[in-house]
Design a binder for this molecule. Structure first.
Ligand SMILES: Nc1nc2c(ncn2[C@@H]2O[C@H](COP(=O)(O)OP(=O)(O)OP(=O)(O)O)[C@@H](O)[C@H]2O)c(=O)[nH]1
Ligand SMILES: [Mg+2]
Length: 601
């Protein structure tokens, strides 16, 4: 029988999971064929590579000594926390990675808590000990305290710790004495992570994640808990509502290196991918047809935020994208929910508008960015936090917010968070920074990052994660500044922008094509105003406009997609096309806008 280890690598965002898994694959390949690799082969889709974050968890597998080690790389961003929780079901142990400077962060606590609850054996890796100012011993102690607070068992508290630098490709028992490889970690896995415990009985496999291929459709992934699954076998798919469907296993694959390897059967303890299973949901059990026994279901995260998605109806409609109709939009969203598990789409009473529910700004922005790259044009509205009624009381999502900031600017951070109903719970030194922890409504976090960075000259390091629903905390002041709105369509001029600079900050550059009702800047005061930025000399390019008139305008403020999503107000849309991102008033006409505003108040 195969000697197997199933482990998941978990950590807060950016603590180095994918880098470590890459190095593990690298070392296992060297044993075999001496191949060279690029960095971060595992963050395989474009967006993951560009942004350096893992969005989807991934299964890989290596051979080491006489064992097969199945490794699951997980995403660290809080928006994808539900994904981690699910895939932990495939593991017997976890490698908890902690940054040797940052120490345990909100997501460390969350994922570790889940792993401990499932009874998994942890190995702790204090990573990034090459960093200046790192404090590996303190961090190790902090991890121990965290485990203790999370009610780890005696065995779990007896965890192994390794120190090292995934980036520099080494792990060892002592951070002051670098070794020359990550082999000590592989040895620790073999020694301390238990082999899968296998109960006697007939086939049981829970579907814990899925893969998608345009050829075969959805592929079910999970761990064979009991018995054996075979190619061509008749199985029973046991669903949430208690119904049972009989179907046939088409193909079976196990994970091998970075890819998959076709096999005729998979024994209990191993992780595999199954094709031919139709209409499955995460949490369904694949069971023996004659002995129907379902495994306990896995809960899928409830969305915490929604956004209106609608077709582009700006004057620039259809100019920059390929897919622009409501039909296109609907089909694309429906395709997305096939594989994006935490996403929900609700049809509204208008056929052009859809409410899309997700786990946070990043979760939704990744969908939007992907669509825009595929050639879609669309508009989205202001993100809305989802309220819930619990025992007759209106409740809202509350998060833990952690900010590490230089002492000098900490006052501003506290002020900003408090304005938004944040409660300061912890304040303590961390290296030469001050470590602050707040409890704050999710509503208050929307748009906070931008203000926080401005207030601290970009020095605040901010992290948050959902903790619980609590009674509504009362109104929170929104964005204080009004918008500068373009009065007309056409190219704007440097001359006009220059004349209006005392009114606020512009988001546009001279020469940009605009339309009436577009939001082109932030006003320094609290009400919206309409401005004419087309008047004056029509100059063809920036250089000419700069030199001609001695016009020296302040560079435009540019937003990322997420910043724009957090910035827009209730009466504004964000227009997204493959080429551009524009903010606009929902009602482009000034007269109509003021009529609607009156009606609302
Ligand atoms: N100095 C230093 N940097 C490291 C080390 N390991 C990883 N990094 C860097 O940390 C950053 C994040 O690394 P990733 O491996 O993508 O982190 P991750 O945990 O997979 O991140 P998510 O999947 O987004 O949660 C990258 O810029 C890495 O180069 C290390 O040991 N030392
Ligand atoms: Mg990663």
């Amino acid at each position: 029988m195969l000697n197997i280890r199933n482990i998941a690598i978990i950590a807060h965002v950016d603590h180095g999971k994918t880098t470590l898994v890459d190095k593990i694959i690298h070392v296992s390949k060297i044993f075999r064929e001496n191949q060279q690799f690029d960095d971060l082969i595992l963050d395989s889709n474009d967006l993951e590579r560009e942004r350096g974050i893992t969005i989807l968890s991934k299964n890989v597998s290596i051979r080491y000594k006489d064992a097969k080690i199945n490794i699951i790389d997980t995403p660290g961003h809080a928006d994808f926390g539900g994904e981690v929780e699910r895939v932990l079901k495939m593991a017997d142990g976890v490698i908890l990675l902690v940054d040797a400077f940052e120490g345990p962060m909100p997501q460390t606590r969350f994922v570790l808590g889940k792993a401990l609850d499932l009874g998994l054996t942890p190995i702790v890796v204090v990573n990034k000990v090459d960093k200046e100012n790192c404090r590996p011993d303190e961090v190790h102690e902090a991890v121990f305290d965290l485990m203790f607070n999370l009610d780890a068992t005696e065995d779990q508290l007896d965890f192994q710790t390794l120190y090292g630098s995934a980036k520099q490709n080494w792990m060892g028992p002592d951070w002051k004495n670098p070794t020359d490889s990550i082999i000590p970690l592989l040895d620790a896995i073999l020694e301390h992570i238990p082999a899968p415990k296998i109960d006697a009985g007939t086939l049981q496999m829970q579907i814990t994640s899925l893969d998608y291929s345009s050829f075969v459709g959805r592929i079910a992934i999970g761990r064979v808990k009991r018995g054996v699954i075979k190619e061509g076998q008749q199985i029973a798919l046991m669903k949430a509502d208690g119904s049972v469907k009989k179907m046939k296993v088409k193909e079976l694959h196990v994970f091998e290196g970075l890819g998959k390897f076709r096999v005729v059967e998979v024994l209990a303890g191993d992780i595999c991918a199954v094709t031919g299973i139709e209409d499955f949901e995460i949490g369904d059990t694949i069971s023996d047809v004659d002995n129907l026994e379902a495994l306990p279901r896995i809960s899928i995260d409830e969305p915490t935020m929604n956004m209106l998605f609608t077709i582009n109806n700006s004057p620039f409609f259809g100019k920059e994208g390929k897919f622009v109709t409501s039909r296109h939009l609907r089909d694309r969203l429906m395709k997305e929910i096939e594989k994006n598990l935490a996403l929900r789409v609700e049809q509204t009473d208008s056929e052009d508008k859809f409410l899309v529910y997700g786990r946070g700004i990043l979760h939704l922005s990744i969908l939007i960015e992907t669509m825009r790259r595929e050639g879609y044009e669309l508009q989205v509205g202001q993100p809305q936090v989802i309220f819930k009624e619990i025992d007759g009381v209106k409740c809202e999502p509350i998060e833990t917010l952690v900010v590490d900031v230089p002492q000098e600017t900490s006052g501003k951070v506290i002020e900003l968070a408090t304005q938004r109903k944040g409660e300061l719970l912890v304040m303590e030194p961390k290296g030469d920074l001050l470590h602050l922890e707040f409890k704050i409504p999710s509503r208050g976090l929307i748009g906070l990052r931008n203000n926080m960075l401005t207030a601290t000259q970009g020095e605040a390091i901010m992290n948050h994660r959902f903790t619980a629903y609590e009674p509504f905390k009362g109104p929170i002041p929104g964005r204080v500044n009004g918008s500068l709105i373009s009065m007309d369509g056409g190219q704007c001029t440097a001359y006009a922008i220059d004349k209006l600079q005392d009114r606020g900050t512009f988001f546009i550059d001279p020469g940009d094509e605009l339309y009436a009702g577009q939001v082109i800047g932030e006003k320094s005061r609290d009400n919206d105003i309409v401005v004419n930025v087309q008047k004056g000399k029509k100059l063809t390019n920036m250089r000419a406009s700069g030199s001609d008139d001695n016009v020296r305008i302040i560079p435009a403020k540019k937003f990322s997609l997420e910043e724009s999503m957090e910035y827009i107000q209730k009466d504004e849309y964000l227009e997204i096309t493959p080429k551009a991102m524009r903010m606009r008033k929902i009602f482009l006409d000034e007269g109509e806008r003021s009529r609607m505003a009156k009606k609302d108040s």
